[in-house]
Design a protein around this ligand. Structure first.
Ligand code: NAD
Length: 479
């Protein structure tokens, strides 16, 4: 009998018999892994009430003591690293090596945010009036909500929870219904680490039920959401009546520009790795390539060789694969339909181009498409799968124009040995991030933020931390 998980509310794993159950299955082979609750309004209400009760005492606790709680959770995660990585691989489908990196990075992120304890500083502002001091204080917002996607489900818990808690907020987290198990395991470890009741609450369920109840709740001061553009827009509508703050980390359509003077081998390796990692289901990985005509053939050949050599399958059954399945049938159908449409629009499949017939699971062949042009859907819409469309260009300016003409503005990359081309690209690419001569993996001390429909606000570093604070200005007339 598969395990049945319970929501974590007010420091207890509670029975919520009125909530229906959701099955969680392994996307590599369909195995039933667990049942989790689909929390309704009453359960969400309980969680927000617990977070509201816990918040004042948590805020009063010196930040350095809040930091000790984050570090205690990080220690627990490291102690259980191997088990946690296997859970992530089973329910989400990424290879074990990457799942292990995710657990490590999650623990490091908690430690990193803990380091901010002594650095959440206000300001003293000179006054225009005699005998007056002006102080700008940074204060917690109150009760926050974190709504998570499935692609880096474990890390995203820390990306929401750590900045919220270190700044004195409490939080209610809703994991994706595709990948809730790792979040329940996180809650068990946070509980064992001694986190005070109500500071962190976990409610699992679907977007239409749990997600909607959370984002419309008037007691929530900030909804921090990571997921698709469509859901981000829905959340903005849902929060409008309460004017709740939002922090939206949405989709991407990252352009990778390869100039003729680039290290072509490096570019082909970085871009193919970026398309294969997590089966192409990463918001900041290369989603479209613009390559200069002179090196297009050489680059494409190297890229195709790497993509074609990618070993894929069930990552728990065969530890040597480089790529697992897509997360679900809908993801597989979407990737498949986009490649079919690209072919109809004139793209040529050089390798891959079809659903992989492994007998079970949601596997798609690593795919390279050439002959792509700007008007094709595959160059404009997020694919979120191991498919790379290539468009040939004649100049850097042409590539930048195509790159910028997009609804998305999350990340971008350029491969060149020429400093002025790199600098020109960095000045003219209208994206939240640009990688020069590398791909993906943002740093926890950076600032991950999208432009246009890729989001509002951002995460990580000092600027990400401040998203969880409100300012309070005090004017003190002291004569
Ligand atoms: P999704 O939008 O389908 O779901 C994300 C979360 O929102 C889930 O927990 C879901 O249950 C919830 N949800 C759905 N409808 C809701 C509603 N009406 N109200 C409240 N919550 C609701 O996204 P996904 O498929 O889980 O994730 C993939 C997407 O996430 C991709 O577009 C990817 O680019 C994006 N993403 C962005 C970043 C980033 O940092 N910008 C990082 C990872 C993933």
């Amino acid at each position: 009998m598969a395990n049945q998980y319970r929501n974590y509310i007010d420091g207890e794993f509670v029975v919520t018999a009125e909530d229906p159950l959701i099955e969680v299955r392994n996307p590599a082979n369909g195995e039933l892994l667990a049942f989790v609750p689909d929390a309704g309004t009453a359960t969400v209400e309980r969680a927000v009430a617990a977070a509201t009760r816990a918040q004042p005492a948590w805020e009063r606790l010196p930040a350095i003591q809040r930091a000790q709680h984050l570090r205690a959770i990080a220690t627990k995660l490291r102690q259980h690293k191997d088990r946690l990585a296997e859970i992530i691989t089973r329910e989400q489908g990424k290879v074990l090596g990457l799942a292990t990196v995710e657990v490590d990075f999650t623990a490091d992120y908690l430690d990193y945010m803990a380091e901010w304890a002594r650095r959440i500083e206000g300001e003293v502002i000179p006054s225009d009036r005699p005998g007056e001091s002006i102080f700008l204080l940074r204060k917690p917002i109150g009760v926050t909500a974190g709504i998570l996607p499935w692609n880096f489900p474990f890390f995203l818990i820390a990306r929401k929870l750590a900045p919220a808690l270190i700044t004195g907020n409490t939080i209610v987290i809703k994991p994706s219904e595709e990948t809730p198990i790792n979040a329940f395991e996180f809650a068990h470890l946070a509980h064992e680490a001694g986190l005070p009741p109500g500071v962190f609450n976990l409610v699992s369920g679907r977007g239409a039920s749990t997600g909607a109840a959370l984002s419309t709740h008037p007691g929530i001061g900030l909804v921090s959401f990571t997921g698709s553009v469509a859901t981000g827009a829905r959340i903005m509508q849902a929060v409008a009546p309460n004017l709740t703050r939002v922090n939206l980390e949405l989709g991407g359509k990252a352009p990778a520009i390869v100039l003729a003077d680039a290290d072509i081998e490096l570019a082909a390796k970085a871009i193919s790795d970026s398309r294969v990692i997590n089966t192409g289901q990463v918001c900041n990985c290369a989603e479209r390539v613009y390559v200069e005509r002179r090196v297009a053939e050489e680059f494409t050949n190297l890229l195709v060789a790497r993509m074609a050599a990618t070993r894929y399958g069930d990552p728990m059954a065969d530890r040597s694969v480089n790529m697992g399945p897509l997360v679900n049938q809908a993801g597989l159908d979407k990737v498949s339909a986009m490649v079919i449409k690209a072919r109809q629009e004139g793209a040529e499949v050089i390798t891959g181009g079809a659903v992989a017939d492994l007998g079970q699971g949601f596997h798609y062949q690593p795919t390279v498409l050439t002959g792509c042009h700007h008007d094709m859907e595959i160059m404009r819409k997020e694919i979120f799968g191991p498919v790379l469309p290539i468009q040939v260009v004649d100049s850097l300016d042409e590539a930048i124009n195509f790159a910028n003409d997009s609804d998305y503005g999350l990340t971008s990359s350029i491969f060149t040995r020429d400093l002025s081309s790199a600098m020109r690209a960095c000045h003219n690419l209208r994206f939240g991030e640009t990688y020069v001569n590398r791909e993906h993996f943002e740093a926890m001390q950076g600032f991950h933020a999208g432009r246009r429909k890729s989001g509002i606000g951002g995460a990580d570093g000092k600027h990400g931390l401040y998203e969880y604070t409100e300012t309070h200005v005090v004017y003190m007339q002291h004569g």
